[in-house]
Design a protein around this ligand. Structure first.
Ligand code: 9WN
Length: 429
């Protein structure tokens, strides 16, 4: 059997093993509920071999959609487990917009419309594909509308996060400054459960967790009301990463609208708004995109993998793309050298905060590699894209489908048999 056939078989097995019957868990033990961008990435992978299962994953995630359009970051279909926070920590029911199934009160990067487009386009039965699309289209549109209304009420074109978890890159070095400025008071009592399955030095530090819980405590007291959150959240960052994913998802949504004969003006308006606003994040001297910390009133001058998502979204000019590609080839920043052997460290090696095994502060994540490959191909950097594909496949071949990897030696970190690692390898093969 070829290496590719073996990897594909293993990847499919992991997705099947993590399938609860209703949704696919991100990993066997560490994450027993349905997560938002995990479900979208998993659906993309499923769409390579089981379209019906891919459609089911999308439908199940959308069961958690709030009445105001938000698709939450965790859906607790089966109630509490040994994962913390449990539903009673979120108290989503304090919002009149919450659905009947318990959920978190935050959202996550909106990859879903991109996955739906792949599911629709790959279906040889276009009649069935359009029936599915009609079922979910309005829900995707409502979610994107919510993003612009709730997280960009000022119309800047760049959506803001109220919690690091919304980025999916929880303890990224780009949040270190904003988290350090918080003074957690009246933190609800909590006990971390994440270190029961994963080594403590591969997880966020105690100070970060305390701040994650402090923010949740505040927001549930404000009944998860989007207006209050945008006005009062002590953590409010206009995020280059989520905005790039949203922009790309809007390109896909526009295509889907066209195939249904639905109006496209509103989506075209969002695309124009983000295209205009995103350029304000570019720092010409650094040659990088930086988030904007609205509470500090200053750019977040941290060099992380988030900067490359502008390629995935087509938001960079040719000249900006060339600067980003140059940066990718710089061994002091991201390129493999004596210190690291694999693309793409999640934070630049030059960052004082770089930690090669600690979660989003240095390890390689396969979803980020997948976004990067799409972006490099989009701008014609084929050789660099192939290098990232090769690194991704060698990581998996040597260390299995881990949640993340140490970029120095490729050893596995975090959870094992991780669903999106499996799904995206299927996409890349
Ligand atoms: C909090 C499920 C999720 C991913 C995130 C990743 C991690 C959760 C946690 O796991 O976050 O949402 O408990 O650490 O950071 O990107 O969606 O795989």
């Amino acid at each position: 059997m070829s290496v590719s056939a073996h990897l594909a078989g293993e990847a499919q097995r992991i997705l099947r093993d993590n399938d609860t019957g209703r949704f696919i868990k991100p990993s066997p033990k560490q994450y027993p509920h349905q997560w938002n961008w995990d479900a979208a990435l998993i659906a993309l992978g499923l769409a390579t071999f089981d379209l019906e299962r891919a459609r089911a994953e999308v439908r199940t995630l959308l069961e958690g959609q709030w009445k105001d359009g938000m698709v939450p970051h965790i859906v607790y279909h089966d109630g509490p487990s040994d994962y913390f926070p449990t539903p009673d920590f979120w108290r989503s029911e304090r919002s009149a917009a919450a659905p009947s199934v318990p959920t978190s009160g935050l959202t996550q990067p909106p990859v879903l419309a991109t996955a739906v487009r792949a599911i629709v386009e790959r279906d040889p039965d276009q009649g069935a594909a359009l029936t599915f699309l009609r079922e979910v289209y309005g829900k995707l549109l409502a979610w994107h509308r919510w993003f612009y209304a709730a997280r960009d009420p000022e119309g800047s074109g760049v959506v803001a996060l109220i919690h690091p978890w919304e980025s999916g890159m929880d303890n990224s070095t780009r949040f270190t400054g904003a988290l350090a400025r918080l003074t957690p008071t009246d933190v609800p009592t909590f006990r971390r459960r994440d270190q029961q399955h994963v080594a403590a030095d591969e997880r966020p530090v105690a100070g970060d967790y305390e701040r994650f819980m402090y923010l949740i405590g505040l927001y549930r007291d404000w009944r998860w009301d989007p207006e209050a959150l945008f006005e009062r959240a002590p953590f409010l960052i206009r995020d280059a990463f989520t905005t790039a994913i949203l922009h790309r998802a809007n390109e896909d949504l526009l295509e889907l609208a066209t195939s249904l004969g639905e109006p496209t003006e509103e989506i075209a308006g969002w695309l124009a708004r983000t295209r205009a606003g995103y350029s304000a994040l570019w720092d010409e001297a650094a040659g990088l995109y930086f988030d904007l910390d609205l509470r500090a009133g200053a750019p977040v001058r941290e060099d992380t993998c988030a900067t490359f998502l502008a390629l995935y979204a087509g938001l960079a000019s040719e000249a900006q793309a060339a600067r980003l590609a140059e940066h990718l080839r710089d061994p002091d920043a991201y390129a493999p050298d004596a210190r690291t052997r694999f693309y793409l460290p999640s934070a630049a090696k030059s960052s004082p905060y770089f930690e090669p095994r600690r979660y989003w502060r240095g390890p390689v994540w396969l979803n980020i590699n997948w976004f990067l490959v799409q972006g490099l191909r989009r701008y014609g950097y084929a050789a660099l894209a192939e290098r990232v594909v090769n690194d991704t496949l060698s990581l998996v071949a040597r260390s299995g489908f881990a949640e993340y990897y140490d970029p120095r030696d490729g050893s596995p970190c975090g959870a094992r048999d991780f669903s999106w690692s499996a799904a995206l390898v299927l996409e890349l093969l």
